[in-house]
Ligand binder design. Structure first.
Ligand code: NAD
Length: 260
């Protein structure tokens, strides 16, 4: 065990050394950053896809199939009951920002935990939206997720818009749904102008988001991938750290800031 930690510590120190000159870092986060906060990811052995069928979660299915919407609301209820709090990985991003080294956090997560950790909203780009709100797909009426889930708790399995009867949906981007253009363009601009790109806690298989590390490499940025398991983009990375986000990201930020 001690040897493993020594090796990991050496790898973190080497990564910090390589990243030392970086002043415009982008941290790209996936569901793995929030598992320490108690929110399951999609693809791990205890992930959401072990209990729910991913085919039920496409945008097209949501529009056409009340059964898919009922399933989605059940999952929202589960999430709502978790009351998650930011963990050490979210806080490490804030420290990087406070040190003036962070250009942006581009997150695939919809849990709002980067914001809860205190990250400046100007630095945060939520690629797949935010699950704390619900909007009507017909009239655009918005409400907090809490209010919609309260209706599900009260027995409405697929609550409809009270203003126009339209379909209510979380303000998130589902599979098969296009990312809002302005959000995508901002993310691309951040990736194309960073000097280091840290992909943390993501399987890097969900596109177009996973195109961002490739874009960063093309402009000469250093790519670091930190994840529990290998990703398809590891062969492109200058640095890989294998392990827990909640341990390795704070350790990397400590080492970076000490060396500054
Ligand atoms: P994913 O489930 O495909 O991959 C998560 C990766 O993180 C896996 O490779 C896993 O091994 C790794 N991981 C899990 N816990 C970790 C930890 N503590 N330390 C290090 N690695 C860890 O998730 P993804 O790549 O983000 O992409 C899938 C989609 O998941 C995204 O579009 C996102 O919107 C959605 N999602 C978000 C949340 C959330 O908001 N918290 C939760 C589930 C899924």
């Amino acid at each position: 065990m001690e040897r493993t930690w020594k090796r990991t510590g050496d790898e973190v120190a080497a990564a910090a050394e390589r990243l030392r000159p970086a002043r415009r870092m982008v941290v790209f986060t996936g569901a793995g950053v929030s598992t320490d906060s108690g929110i399951p990811d999609f693809r791990s052995p205890d992930g959401i896809w072990r209990r729910y069928d991913p085919r039920q979660f496409t945008y097209q299915r949501y529009l056409s199939d009340p059964g898919a919407r009922r399933q989605s609301w059940r999952l929202r209820r589960e999430f709502q009951a978790m009351r998650p709090r930011p963990n050490a990985a979210h806080l490490a991003c804030v420290r990087l920002a406070e040190a003036g080294r962070l250009q942006a956090v581009l997150t695939q997560n919809i849990d709002g935990l980067h914001g809860d950790a205190g990250l400046d909203p100007e630095l945060l780009c939520e690629l797949h939206g935010n699950g704390r709100f619900v909007a009507c797909l017909s009239c655009g009426d918005r409400m907090p997720m809490e209010a919609a889930v309260a209706r599900v708790d009260a027995g409405e399995e697929d609550p409809a818009c009270r203003r126009c009867g339209g379909i209510l949906k979380a303000t998130t981007v589902s599979f098969g749904q296009a990312l809002p253009r302005a959000v995508w363009e901002r993310a691309e601009a951040m990736a194309a102008s960073c000097d280091a790109f840290l992909a943390v806690g993501s399987s890097l298989v969900v596109y177009p988001a996973a195109r961002l590390p490739e874009l960063a490499i093309q402009v000469g940025a250093t790519l670091l991938i930190l994840n529990r398991e290998p990703t398809p983009l590891d062969p492109l990375a200058h640095l890989t750290l294998r392990g827990e986000c909640g341990v390795l990201l704070p350790a990397l930020v400590d080492a970076l800031l000490e060396a500054a």
